[in-house]
Design a protein around this ligand. Structure first.
Ligand code: CTP
Ligand code: 5RP
Length: 452
């Protein structure tokens, strides 16, 4: 059964050229055609839409939830794909094709993560049938549709969350010129052909073949015509849209080399790989929140210096607590989801509490959990870490409360020794613990007090 498109977002008011990935979701709705050297001044704009098949059941994943809805860092996989697609503000409409039974779940995801420009269409029983349904929704003369036919359509699997705007631009530009285009990768394994008795018949020369990945893009009229003409056999068993354009419209697709991250999440191990990639990406920035920015001898600055040297692949910046409020939103918008809050004043937990209130007021990230490491100093020669721990026990309850608001809060006590060498050693140990907490984002460890 098919269903007409259900709008999940609003259409941009005025189409206009926009090539920056920074532009807002509602800003522009068309892309200037690119030459090899960049945007052609004065070139006319191109209406582009995208169809994302998301109507599969993920049999090979072997879990009850279809893989596109499986949580990765507590957020459904498909939300990452939509976020990546939305970054291309020149894509006018994004058609997500889902089964009737998952329609409501999809609507909730769109609402929760504030996805824009999305319309939902009901899936077919195979991937090709789902894509065809998505294309039908974009074709002319659809009753009660707010969608209009694009010149170029991108087709991209909902379960390929990692792609940059650059590859979208490349396939769209090539599709405009050649009629069809798709991302490809070198083969990892050699492809062999078995004979009926299960023995090797022949093997293909690996260097002469490519793995077909996504995204792909087509002149809309070409791919729509191909789907209208193709046989039931193609719709049932076909796996390659570029082949349909060749077979039915005699269009030879341009092949564009893509990045290794374009792979399709298929097996359970792919979910672990996806999680690692996302963790790696969001652990690249740390903001140290301290009570002062001036005194370079201050312990906060010593910690900042050690973090910079020990974690040299991570960008470390600092922010004075007294005026952090207005800047927190900005810091998160700049893709920083990690804060180290240095507590030097009494009572013990004051600075961290202040940072938490600021985070709450700033209506923080809806996309990723934020890690906050609450750092406390103590000279172990004069007081034992267990004494300090007692005074910091409130962190447990506080961490539980903040977890509900997508903040992962951990505590860290660092030995503030008068001995320069010992101090450097515990600061180094502290930096290693901070890096591990940020990298792992382990919710089982929230509210724990670690000692360096
Ligand atoms: N009837 C179908 C089947 C698949 N897809 C979508 O096509 C993409 C790529 O297909 P695939 O990886 O094969 O997904 P599944 O069919 O879900 O996986 P499996 O083959 O393991 O069951 C996925 O986003 C999937 O949701 C679809 O929209 N409609
Ligand atoms: O790579 C692709 C097209 O080039 C498709 O993602 C792939 O063929 C889908 O096939 P299947 O649904 O059987 O995994």
């Amino acid at each position: 059964m098919e269903q007409g498109p259900r709008g999940g977002g609003s259409r941009p008011a005025e189409p206009g050229p926009c090539l920056s990935s920074q532009c807002g979701a509602d800003q522009a709705a068309s892309v200037s055609l690119l030459s090899a050297g960049g945007a052609e001044p004065g070139s006319r704009t191109l209406a582009v839409a995208a169809v994302l098949p998301a109507g599969g059941c993920g049999e090979r994943m072997g879990v009850p939830t279809p893989k596109q809805f499986c949580p990765v860092l507590e957020r459904p996989l498909i939300s990452y794909t939509l976020q990546a697609m939305e970054r291309a503000c020149w894509i006018k409409d994004i058609i997500v094709v889902v089964t009737g039974e998952n329609m409501e779940a999809m609507e909730n995801i769109i609402k929760k993560y504030k996805h824009k420009r999305i319309s939902l269409v009901e899936a077919g029983v195979t991937r090709h049938r789902s894509i065809f349904n998505g294309l039908k929704a974009l074709a002319d003369n659809q009753p009660n549709s707010r969608l209009s036919k694009p010149e170029v359509v991108i087709i991209h699997d909902a379960v390929r969350p990692f792609f940059e705007e650059d590859i979208l631009l490349k396939v769209v530009t090539a599709a405009k010129e050649h009629g069809a285009a798709g991302a490809v990768r070198p083969l990892v394994s050699t492809v062999i052909s078995p004979s009926a008795d299960g023995c090797l018949d022949h093997s293909l020369e690996r260097a002469r073949h490519r793995a077909s990945e996504m995204p792909q893009a087509f002149l809309f009229d070409v791919i729509y015509e191909a789907y209208q003409q193709c046989s039931d056999y193609d719709l049932e068993f076909g796996t390659e849209c570029l082949q349909l354009a060749l077979k039915y419209c005699h269009i030879k697709a341009k092949l564009v080399e893509g990045s290794p991250d374009l792979w399709k999440v298929t097996y359970k191990r792919d979910l672990y790989a996806a999680e690692s990639i996302i963790k790696e990406r969001i652990s690249q920035e740390i903001c140290i929140v301290m009570d002062t920015k001036e005194n370079k001898e201050h312990i906060s600055h010593l910690l900042e210096e050690v973090l910079k040297t020990e974690l040299n692949h991570i960008h470390v910046r600092s922010q004075a607590l007294y005026n952090a409020g207005s800047d927190i939103q900005h810091i998160i918008l700049e893709q920083c989801y990690n804060f180290v809050c240095v507590n030097v004043k009494e009572p013990d937990f004051q600075e961290t509490q202040k940072l938490m209130s600021m985070l709450e007021e700033s209506n923080f990230s809806i996309l990723y959990s934020i890690v906050v490491v609450s750092v406390h100093f103590l000279d172990f020669k004069f007081a034992s870490p267990s004494q300090k721990m007692e005074s910091l026990m409130c962190i447990r309850e506080f961490a539980k409360k903040m977890k509900k608001r997508k903040v992962l809060l951990y505590g860290l006590i660092i030995n503030y020794s008068q001995d320069e060498q010992k101090l450097q050693e515990s600061l180094r140990q502290g930096a290693i613990i901070i890096a591990a907490l940020i990298k792992e984002r382990n919710s089982a460890l929230i509210g724990q007090l670690l000692v360096a």
